[in-house]
Design a protein around this ligand. Structure first.
Ligand SMILES: Cc1ncc(COP(=O)(O)O)c(C=O)c1O
Length: 421
């Protein structure tokens, strides 16, 4: 076994086979991860879009430390309830767009999606329209790894071909036309309008990532499209579920992506940055319109670690940091620097264009990346970077030093010199 490697023969990592030996991570701080072989890597993934303030923010750690010493967890059931969850629910209802009424906590982004789907079904059943039990989604979506969430992942998403036929797939429509500034025309909605025209009586809800489809390659679309789509859902009596698991919490330059299009979802799903990259937590925020109906009967969802007190405390500490408003200048500062420095990539062979909203950057080429090779080369050059399809992604946390940003963009440029050739 080479130095710094860990024999991980008995554990599956995300999207991999059993039994790999991999580099051992022993610490993290800010934008850095520390390896057992004494190397330090700059993490250009924001810990899968979660660690908005970088790793181990002292305020979040201090709050969690205190909670750990009093009540790390207590089952969220029956007569007993704890303050971190109640406080967090109140705050989420207040800060999320629309007339929101309540929150269901769960364990991850995927489970927040499952809860949203179940809530939509309960809404229509109690309205006496139990035929409405299908879901609609763009055909290039990603919404998570559990069966309900996977059923929303489009047929183009080859990751989920293996499980086809278990959960009823969503009714798919053409993806939003790419481009944040692309002028919107009603034709852009032709496919989803045709679907609603023929089948809205069966459709409980439409699920979409607002403004940008993350794992479709950080693919942005316009506010006008989003607003028109939301309007179409209202017209055809289809609930609108916004999946802000990835794009939520300041990363797109507004606290929630829906805000930029003045869109108020019926149900909003959150995860990832909710706890700023510390522990797992999902939240499904439910509008008054939906809650006023669904509250007539218990909502059949509960899990042993639902609303974990330590996770809710981390989330409250994350909201404290967001409430200061410092993130606005930080998003501006980082975004301007990254944009300026990545522009040089446009001169590299095979590079087509750069996608960007807020802190989220993708450099797209005219062919698919060799993802494993891209990741390995990044590590060899001192960085952690992710790619999907033909897009190399860079996501930099708030508070990152300008020199570290330049190092990350420099590594990106080096890697992309030959990546699309
Ligand atoms: C848009 C979106 N929704 C849902 C999920 C699932 O979240 P989790 O990995 O926490 O289950 C992800 C994960 O990447 C995501 O990007």
């Amino acid at each position: 076994m080479a130095a710094g490697m860990l024999d991980a023969g008995r554990v599956w990592q995300a999207y991999s086979s059993l039994g790999k030996s991999t580099l051992q991570v022993v610490g993290s701080q800010g934008v850095r991860v520390q390896l057992a072989d004494n190397r330090t890597l700059l993490d250009g993934t924001m810990g899968w879009w979660a660690a908005l303030f970088g790793y181990r923010h002292p305020d979040i750690e201090a709050a969690m430390q205190q909670q750990l010493e009093t009540l790390p967890h207590y089952p969220f059931y029956s007569e007993l309830i704890h303050e971190p969850a109640v406080k967090l629910a109140d705050r989420l209802v207040d800060i999320t767009p629309g007339d929101m009424a309540g929150v269901v906590f769960s364990e991850s982004g995927s489970s927040a999606i499952e809860v949203g789907m179940k809530m939509a079904l309960q809404y229509w059943q109690l309205k006496g329209l139990s035929r409405k039990k299908r879901f609609a989604a763009p055909s290039n979506s990603f919404h998570g790894d559990t069966f309900g969430a996977m059923s929303l992942c489009g047929p183009d998403n080859d990751m989920f071909g293996r499980y086809a036929g278990v959960a009823e797939p969503a009714l798919f429509f053409s993806p939003p036309p790419e481009g944040r500034d692309r002028p919107f025309t009603q034709d852009d909605l032709a496919s989803v309008r045709a679907l609603f025209e023929s089948r809205s009586e069966e459709i409980a809800a439409l699920v979409i990532e607002p403004l940008l489809q993350g794992l479709a390659g950080l693919r942005p679309y316009s506010c006008e499209y989003l607003a028109a789509l939301r309007q179409l859902c209202a017209e055809y009596d289809v609930l609108f579920i916004a999946d802000e698991v990835a794009v939520g919490f300041a990363k797109t330059g507004s606290l929630f992506a829906c805000e930029q299009a003045n869109v108020e979802p019926d149900i909003l799903c959150l995860g990832k940055t909710l706890t700023a990259g510390t522990v797992s937590l999902g939240a499904t925020v439910v509008s008054a319109k939906v809650a006023d109906v669904t509250r007539q009967e218990p909502f059949i969802h509960g899990a042993t670690y639902m609303a974990n007190a330590l996770a809710c405390t981390a989330a409250n500490a994350c909201l404290d940091l967001l409430e200061t408003g410092h993130w606005k200048n930080e998003v501006e500062r980082i975004s301007t620097q990254v944009k300026g420095e990545l522009e040089a990539c446009l001169d590299l062979p095979g590079v087509k264009h750069i996608r960007n909203i807020g802190l989220l950057f993708g450099v797209c080429g005219d062919k698919s990346l060799d993802i494993a090779n891209f990741r390995q080369q990044a590590i060899d050059q001192g960085a952690v970077l992710r790619g999907v399809g033909n897009t190399a992604m860079l996501v930099v946390p708030l508070g990152t030093d300008p020199d570290d940003i330049s190092q990350l963009t420099g590594t990106m440029k080096n890697l992309l010199r030959s990546a699309f050739v």
